[in-house]
Design a protein around this ligand. Sequence first.
Ligand code: 4AD
Ligand code: MG
Length: 477
Amino acid sequence: MEYQRISEIMGLDAQDQKVGVRGWVRTFRANRFIALNDGSTQSNLQCVVDFEQMDESILKKINTGTALALEGKLVPSQGKGQSLEIQVESLEVLGESDPESYPIQPKKHSLEFLREKAHLRVRTATFSAIMRIRSVLSFAVHEFFQTKGFVYVNTPIITGSDAEGAGEMFRVSNLDPKNPPLDDDGNIDYKQDFFGKETHLTVSGQLEAETFAMGLGNVYTFGPTFRAENSNTTRHLAEFWMIEPEMAFYQLEDNMDLAEEFIRYVLKKVLDNCSEDLQILDKRLADEDKTKPQNERSPMGLIEKISFVVNNTFKRVSYTEAIDILRQSKPNKKKKFQFPIDAWGADLQSEHERYLVEKHFECPVILYDYPAEIKAFYMRMNPDGKTVRAMDILFPGIGEIVGGSQREERLEVLQERMQAMDVDPEELWWYLDLRRFGSAPHSGFGLGFERLVLFATGMSNIRDVIPFPRTPQNASF
Ligand code: 4AD
Ligand code: MG
């Protein structure tokens, strides 16, 4: 027997033809109706067994979670809720599932409960929808850059440099933790470590991507990045995936244009290709919203929200304008912000970003020209000597989704900035070389992939949009 995926079967004309299918039982009703799912689509296939014909011992093994292979006639369905069904002629139990102990029952489970069962949660309607959308988004990322002629580069995971200069790195070492070699000052002697120096998991592939942009023109990375920031929030992971395009000869405005086009393109792909999954998640969000107080409810449904972003341009606002808006804002005057804004130069917290996007502009916002002090060393200094050519894209419900900038291409200015920000020029000799040999204006940005998936799925916790989240105190599975 040839087996077909349920997504294929759903597209057939039911004419009593023989079909074979394999999957997992979502529910089994009245000793007769199996709702089978094989992950190829949100839809379950109804498979009708004739319990009078079937061996009692086999019937008993059909429970939620059981893996089955079956074949039968594909017929138009009499019941409501589906247009076709299989009249089962033969059925084989591939793997039993004990109904008493199988955690994924056909009822509503909390997201917290399912996080504890992350190895099984993909068998639910919500998580299979999220993971299919995640996959469509990944493919769309490559498609977008590939059709524009960008070269995909794989930057190293193990690195000696802290690209963001934030000191939030995980050490990579194979020294004996109980008895590490010490140098004359009593410090751990990393010269004796595997790489002959201190190394870490990368926080960003940007600096290496810049070297490739200076030869290939336009490049992008799409890989895992690691941050040991101890922020236990719904927006932070210790291991997340980042997309980092880097473009030679781009100014900041070109960078913003590309980022905007990119985000719209990948979200449109989700609208065009994931309508069944979006409907499930749209409904989930609406149900979740009903449990919230009026003022915390989302003003738009999921599909509406994605369509809004796809069809509207983002608002571009300088940091200085944003600070004025925030300073004058009601929550600031009424001291409702946890971090009040009183002066130019303040770093923006998530509460400020969300105020700008959700309350003030009510659309995605690109903030640019930030104070140099609160941004990384590699961003291009503006003629005012105070601000840098940075840009962050802020999204409703998410806050920062993209961080990027035009890069400092002038050797002396870069060296000054590195010194001021305590970045070791010896470690980054190769990065400085780019400014010595054929330096050129260039720009790039980083998009946090899970934050994009959060937006596209309407989920509210980043732990629910990556298969196995790594967060403080949690690296199970
Ligand atoms: O703003 P960030 O730190 O920028 C960079 O790493 C630059 N090197 C990017 C570049 O210009 N090539 O991070 C970029 C994005 C953020 O906007 C956010 O979406 C995401 O990465 N991000 C995280 N996502 C999940 N968990 C975390 N801990 C994250 N930290 C950053
Ligand atoms: Mg940032």
